[in-house]
Design a protein around this ligand. Structure first.
Ligand SMILES: Nc1ncnc2c1ncn2[C@@H]1O[C@H](COP(=O)(O)OP(=O)(O)OP(=O)(O)O)[C@@H](O)[C@H]1O
Length: 300
């Protein structure tokens, strides 16, 4: 289990991560979303023990990561741009990872060769961006980590490889309770992969929830009232993230319990009322708007 408690990380006096607490249960996949510069990479690097937190604690199975090299060996961080030694081949990088990570599994490495069909003797610098990304997955998965932290991992992978990697991750989670933390701007991928999501902005965690609960907690409602005054009346009663008028129909994005929201609207006897599901992308955009970070209607 990963426990992050009151973690802050500063760069030149500026808080990149500001008092964040979160828990990731063993054998789950956690998706970290957020605006550019929100602090996701900084939080993930602090969790991996690459940065030490300026405030707060980061523990994996009760042990502080930064201070315990043996705990650090169980946690693998996959950066957004894969790094390999200059001029190295897959075989040379594999030898390096084997020397660093006691949990390295040579059989796993050989077996994964059927998925990642890369030439192990070719220089990694000659690989394409997507092939380098595959090489990075191959190395990280062969280490058999307990915790796999991935910063924007899907970038550059073709759809077949994405599917393959997703399947491997699901299998690792199910069979040996791998814990995965993944940051991404690709919300479709996160939606398919994660059990739990956190949305960051300006170093803070705006919202942190089970993905199903998050979806069950935010609703899109199309409604038409007989009397326009009801539009203002309903706004005072509910937590409305967004409202816009489309002809005679009003669109509301509302947070809260579905039954309570439905009941609140029905008091005004609307002649149109539809409650529709939201995608994670819509939830992200409306939550960000609520935090003052929304797309401006500007044409340049
Ligand atoms: N090594 C560093 N030195 C100084 N400032 C840094 C450093 N790393 C990150 N920052 C600052 O910390 C803040 C958070 O950056 P971070 O890379 O964690 O954001 P992010 O959420 O991963 O962003 P993105 O989605 O754009 O990749 C930014 O303001 C960034 O400028």
């Amino acid at each position: 289990m990963i426990e992050i408690r009151g973690v802050s990380k500063l760069f030149q006096g500026e808080k990149a991560v500001d008092d964040i607490s979160l828990t990731v249960r063993k054998g789950t996949i956690y998706g970290l979303l957020g605006s550019n510069g929100a602090g996701k990479t900084t939080l993930l690097k602090t969790l991996a023990g690459i940065y030490s937190p300026d405030k707060g604690t980061v523990k994996v199975d009760g042990e502080a990561v930064f201070e315990h090299p043996t705990t650090k060996q169980r946690v693998i961080f996959m950066p957004d741009s894969p790094y390999f030694f200059p001029q190295s081949t897959m075989l040379q990088m594999a030898a390096f990872y084997r020397s660093i990570y006691p949990s390295w599994n040579q059989k796993r490495f050989e077996d994964l060769g059927t998925v990642f069909q890369l030439d192990k003797k070719r220089k990694l610098s000659r690989f394409s961006k997507g092939m380098q990304r595959q090489a990075s997955f191959w190395l990280c998965l062969s280490c058999m980590p307990d915790v796999l932290i991935m910063d924007e991992p899907i970038d550059g992978l073709d759809p077949v490889m994405r599917r393959q990697i997703k399947n491997i991750l699901f299998q690792e989670v199910a069979e040996r309770e791998l814990t995965v933390l993944i940051s991404s701007h690709n919300l479709r991928e996160i939606e398919d992969l994660c059990d739990h999501v956190g949305i960051m902005h300006g170093g803070k965690m705006l919202i942190e929830k089970d993905l199903d609960d998050l979806k069950a907690d935010t609703h899109k409602i199309q409604v038409a009232f007989r009397d326009e005054r009801h539009e203002t009346a309903i706004s005072a009663k509910l937590q409305i993230l967004h409202q816009e008028r489309r002809g005679s129909v009003n669109l509301y994005i509302v947070k809260g319990d579905r039954e309570r929201i439905t009941a609140a609207f029905h008091v005004y006897e609307p002649y149109v009322f539809d409650l529709l599901p939201l995608t994670l992308e819509e939830i992200f955009i409306y939550e960000m708007g609520d935090a003052g970070y929304d797309a401006q209607p500007i044409l340049l």
